[in-house]
Design a protein around this ligand. Sequence first.
Ligand SMILES: Nc1ncnc2c1ncn2[C@@H]1O[C@H](COP(=O)(O)OP(=O)(O)OP(=O)(O)O)[C@@H](O)[C@H]1O
Ligand SMILES: [Mg+2]
Length: 377
Amino acid sequence: MLYGGSRSGKTFLLTHALIVRAAKVPGTRHLIVRHRFAHVKSSIWYQTLPDVLKINGIKATENKSDWFMTLPNGSEIWVGGLDDKERVEKILGNEYSTVYFNEVSQIGYDSITVGLTRLAEKSTLINRAYYDCNPPSPLHWAHKLFIEKVDPKGGEPLAKPELYAHMLMNPHDNAENLPDDYIENVLATLPERARRRFLLGEWVKAEGVIYEGFSDSHIVTREEIPPIERHVVGLDFGLNTAAVLVGFAGDNIYVIDDHGTYNATASAFNAEIWERWGNYDIVYCDPAGGERIQEIAYGDKANNSVDPGIDNINAAIDGGRFFVCEDAHGVLSEIYDYRRDDKERVVKENDHFMDAMRYGIFSEAQYGEVLAGYVEI
Ligand SMILES: Nc1ncnc2c1ncn2[C@@H]1O[C@H](COP(=O)(O)OP(=O)(O)OP(=O)(O)O)[C@@H](O)[C@H]1O
Ligand SMILES: [Mg+2]
């Protein structure tokens, strides 16, 4: 993984390495993925790839219906987004020698684990996964995996830490390819946290953080959670399906655990959460889930009012009534980066567990008392 400040040459270097591998062994396949297809298209397909091919003197032919390039030796470079179901099926139908996850601050760990299963092409190359990012918060899975060398889900030390290498690259290292005033007049003048992230490449909390009052002091162990009166689950459908188990004890709210998958059916996901948690009282589901809600045992439509839902959780945080168990790795990997942009819109990135958590907590606050009368406990 290359991480660090803005415009430091991370993407250029990894794309170059990927092209060298493709050029070296004929007929191999390589994939560059990003959170959104529109972004991989504008930044990689139309900018970095042509630049890198040019300096290597390689002419590739383009296929713009399936979005791959073929090098003269028959090797293929595919690009894809993780946000588009149909293309994801197609991309994941192939096997690759290199999978490069571009800007992983925006990608959930569940998608990474699925993407890695496709790193299975047999050739003389040693298969490799590349990653890059502007560092998000230190609780992001990429920090756990590459810097702390622990499993992002379970927290145990990695069995083979030597497989996970990282390097910091900052814009100063790439000064010769940047406009003269970019570092001094643009990056150095950013607000404090953005400057640390984009100039110095430090892992810091984002700006505009939504649950600003949340801190490590709200994280509890499983043993510290008191007897729970009611268990509810919040569930967010999508290519990334995420569920969060929430317990209520008096006025206190405990986020007990979470579970996510990438590209699974609703019924398979239902079986997984039932096996993990069973016996919850209700599952508040993303109302956009449509018919999928019927596949979920005890499923009901969640209240999806975003701002009131966020306010409700913030009130609990400020009131000292909100706790997250250390086992809830998905929630903890998103909560410090969940933020608004400069137009005050919630940034829809790496937010699946945040949505699921809000569905569970706010819907319960809205309907819980009415439902408690007739849902079997
Ligand atoms: N070795 C190189 N030769 C020529 N140009 C380069 C080289 N490395 C990087 N560049 C140029 O520097 C600029 C920044 O590079 P790149 O996009 O790889 O940075 P990055 O670290 O991925 O930035 P971001 O954090 O914005 O994703 C680009 O215009 C790229 O073409
Ligand atoms: Mg980049």
